[in-house]
Design a protein around this ligand. Structure first.
Ligand code: ATP
Ligand code: LTN
Length: 340
């Protein structure tokens, strides 16, 4: 017994890195699909989380809204349970090594590789008037984020898997040229990571940059707004609460309800047997309201305490800067730079 405890103490905890863009208001999709798992991971791993604000400007931002989104995203993540006492939680642009290593890695990333990234293709089609170089080299900045911390694992959604694969390729290429420099990270797909779909078009994922505000629930929506959005959610004409093909709307609502209550699909079908969609939508809405109530309350507290938030992100950034500088120096030395 004593031995196991000792082993646990001496065994190094694995390093986890992840980030989210402050590109809008955090949604129920971000919460159920990513943030809830980040909060759990803090208990087991050495976690490093960032607001990827450098990535956000690859799409044009209105300065005042951008500034507000960063503060709100920081408060939202604290409200979800990201704990700066347990994890590092900083703002990417505050740690100068990210942009520096990104430049280096750009020189070890091929034009052809970046051209194959589906996010680049999607985003350049969506923002055809602003296909900038940052949008193109977005993945080398993301690789820098991860490799700077020698991360073992990176929790990401399906949409980011291709970027993580590229990160691994860049790390292996660099290590192959110069000897072991970067840890090659593994993707981490959480066991209970729900994929939440838009309430207005349940074939598309719920997204904070959706133009239709009825498609997504934000962590700041008040209970009335949440109930209204669920009542308006697109379903089908069968009027039977059951999981099935062609029932994307109901499948999505069942999945949200199941993730929050822990009930299986079978239990949900039994619970709503003989009842209509109206009753079901009310139940899902109420479950979401109760789930988000404490988050929203904590959010209100953090957002009105800017000094506390500043203290948290400053402290984390200082530690992150020191840690990441070691990796940056190592990589630069290997390339042949004269360090000061
Ligand atoms: P944007 O609309 O700006 O592209 P987004 O809302 O899609 O943003 P991201 O910042 O790309 O969110 O993602 C942050 C994290 O949240 C990622 O880990 C991603 O996989 C997860 N995530 C985003 N949307 C959903 C969703 N609808 N369901 C589950 N997880 C999601
Ligand atoms: N591209 C990611 C955000 C992100 C990220 C990262 C995720 C930036 N850097 C490093 C994991 C690891 C997104 O848009 N979800």
């Amino acid at each position: 017994m004593e031995n196991t405890q000792n082993n646990e103490k001496t065994e190094k905890k694995k390093i986890v890195f992840s980030a989210i863009q402050p590109s809008g208001t955090i949604t129920l999709g971000n919460y159920l699909g990513a943030l809830k798992n980040w909060v759990i991971m803090q208990e087991e791993f050495n976690c490093i989380f960032a607001l990827a604000d450098l990535h956000t400007i690859t799409v044009r931002q209105e300065p005042a809204a951008f500034r507000k989104n960063v503060a709100e995203a920081y408060a939202s993540l604290l409200a979800c349970g990201i704990d700066p006492e347990k994890s590092l939680f900083f703002i990417q642009s505050h740690v100068t090594t990210h942009a520096q290593l990104a430049w280096l890695l750009n020189c070890y990333t091929q034009f052809g590789e970046l051209s194959r990234m589906t996010q680049f293709k999607d985003k350049s089609a969506k923002h055809a008037d602003n296909v900038n170089a940052g949008l193109f080299t977005y993945p080398s900045l993301m690789a820098a984020d991860i490799l700077l911390y020698q991360a073992d694992m990176v929790p990401v959604g399906a949409d980011q898997k291709q970027h993580l694969e590229l990160t691994r390729n860049i790390a292996e290429r660099f290590n192959g040229l110069y000897g072991n420099t970067f840890k090659v990270p593994e993707p981490y797909i959480p066991k209970n990571g729900a994929r939440v779909m838009s309430l207005q078009d349940p074939t598309k994922k719920m997204s904070k940059s959706d133009e239709n505000v009825n498609g997504f629930i934000t962590l700041m929506d008040n209970p009335d707004v949440i109930m209204k959005k669920f009542k308006r959610a697109v379903t089908d004409s069968e009027a039977r609460v059951a999981y099935g093909e062609g029932k994307d709307g109901i499948n999505n609502l069942m999945s949200i309800y199941s993730t929050i209550t822990g009930k299986t699909f079978e239990e949900i079908e039994n619970e709503f047997d003989g009842k209509g969609y109206g009753d079901f939508k009310t139940a899902v809405g109420e479950a979401v309201v109760e789930e988000l109530r404490p988050v929203r309350e904590r959010f209100e507290r953090y957002i009105s305490d800017k000094a506390y938030m500043k203290e948290c992100y400053t402290k984390s950034a200082e530690i992150a800067q020191k840690f990441s500088q070691r990796t940056l120096d190592k990589a630069m030395r290997k390339v042949g730079f004269v360090l000061k």
